[in-house]
Design a protein around this ligand. Structure first.
Ligand SMILES: NC(=O)c1ccc[n+]([C@@H]2O[C@H](COP(=O)([O-])OP(=O)(O)OC[C@H]3O[C@@H](n4cnc5c(N)ncnc54)[C@H](O)[C@@H]3O)[C@@H](O)[C@H]2O)c1
Length: 354
């Protein structure tokens, strides 16, 4: 009997660097992908490395990042280390010809983010930034509601991302949490804000802001407010999108993460009616069915797909814009909360010239 031998492409061999809070989630996500084989795990902390090595015996543990760079059999490197290390580790990976996935934010400055993008192009390897929320089914459902104009014109968006912890020692709450909200806003609205104002406070550790209230003004007129904090009585991940036709509440991690409110206010011009006419509309509340796919696995699957198809990540532009917005927010924090014009921002001028 003839047996047909089915053979697909060899799996992509990957190394995961940084096994702190988030790296293990990426490791778990990679192990769900049959097209990826985890060949190395790397962390400077030997105890942590030993613990994960027991759990994942097929991956070779190392404290030496250069071992990954020098391995000719290694296709890709996944970086989940602190923000200040991203540029150094990612640029070394790209120069070594490795496809590179870097956790958010891509780098500590727009110039560094731009350099990474150019390095990836020069070495013809894929670069992707971990912006998990762009793969979240509720975020995608809201995008559909915005794009189909079901909400009408968007007036404003108000978001809270607060919890007690995890205090970071090296970066502010803005570097830590704003990339999530900025990625979602840029994805939904497809425009860069023209100005950013941020007020905040370093309540616990000197010099590290742990609460920030950020306002973003978009050229279309949309106003967004983002509240971020590591100091809050309870965890909240809530965004309200208020449009001229309908309003939406997106609450991550709840049983009904997207609720569409057929509510609004109708205003009639006093010139026509002699006096102000306001009527409030309060219709149905709809909770659309949301797919149960895990964003983290979807994002890593896209990275594998980009490697296979040799395509540039569609989210690189957003990754760079996020860094620019965090820089602008910090500039505003340093200047007592004054609005910083993003178009006048020198680092943004570089960005638009690119
Ligand atoms: N996408 C998300 O939802 C999400 C959530 C949390 C964190 N993150 C991102 O993940 C990254 C890591 O955050 P974290 O909270 O896990 O940090 P962490 O401090 O808990 O862990 C970082 C790990 O990296 C290791 N490390 C540092 N420098 C290293 C080096 N040069 N070589 C090898 N290992 C090194 C440390 O020993 C530590 O174990 C950050 O970029 C953060 O923004 C993303």
């Amino acid at each position: 009997m003839n047996r047909r031998i089915v053979s697909g492409p060899a799996p992509i061999s990957a190394g995961v660097v940084g096994l702190g809070y988030w790296g293990p989630n990426l490791l778990r996500g990679l192990l769900e992908l049959p097209e990826v084989e985890v060949r190395h795990i790397c962390d400077l902390d030997e105890e942590r490395l030993a613990a994960f090595s027991r759990r994942y015996p097929r991956a070779t543990p190392t404290t030496c990042y250069d071992t990954l760079l020098a391995d000719p059999e290694l296709d890709a490197i996944i970086i989940a280390t602190p923000v200040y290390t991203h540029f150094e580790l990612a640029s070394a990976a790209l120069r070594a010809g490795k496809h590179t996935f870097v956790e958010k934010p891509l780098a500590c400055s727009t110039a560094q983010a731009q350099e990474l993008i150019e390095l990836a192009r020069a070495h013809d390897v894929r670069l992707m930034c971990g912006q998990t929320f762009l793969y979240s089914p509720p975020v995608r459902e809201v995008k559909r509601l915005v794009d189909t104009h079901e909400l009408g014109d968007i007036f404003f968006i108000s978001s809270s991302r607060v919890n007690l912890g995890l205090h970071q020692r090296d970066v502010s709450v803005v570097w830590d949490l704003a990339p999530h909200d900025f990625s979602i806003l840029l994805y939904w609205l497809e425009e860069m804000p023209e100005s950013v104002a941020a007020a905040g406070r370093a309540s616990i550790m000197r010099g590290i802001h742990d609460v920030a209230f950020i306002s973003l003004q978009f050229p279309s007129g949309v106003l967004a407010n983002v509240e971020l904090s590591w100091l809050a009585p309870s965890k909240l991940r809530r965004t309200a999108i208020v449009g001229s036709n309908k309003m939406v509440l997106y609450e991550d991690g709840t049983a009904e993460p997207v609720r569409v409110f057929d509510r609004g206010v109708v205003y009639q011009d006093p010139e026509t009616f002699g006096e102000y006419q306001l009527s409030y509309r309060s219709g149905d509340i709809l909770s659309p069915r949301i797919a149960a796919t895990e964003p983290l696995v979807a994002e890593l699957a896209e990275f594998a797909q980009l490697i296979r198809t040799r395509k540039e990540s569609p989210n690189l532009e957003i990754a760079r814009q996020i860094v620019t917005l965090v820089e602008a927010a910090h500039e505003s924090l340093d200047r007592g909360g004054v609005p910083v014009a993003v178009a006048d921002h020198s680092r943004v001028a570089d960005l638009t010239a690119a």
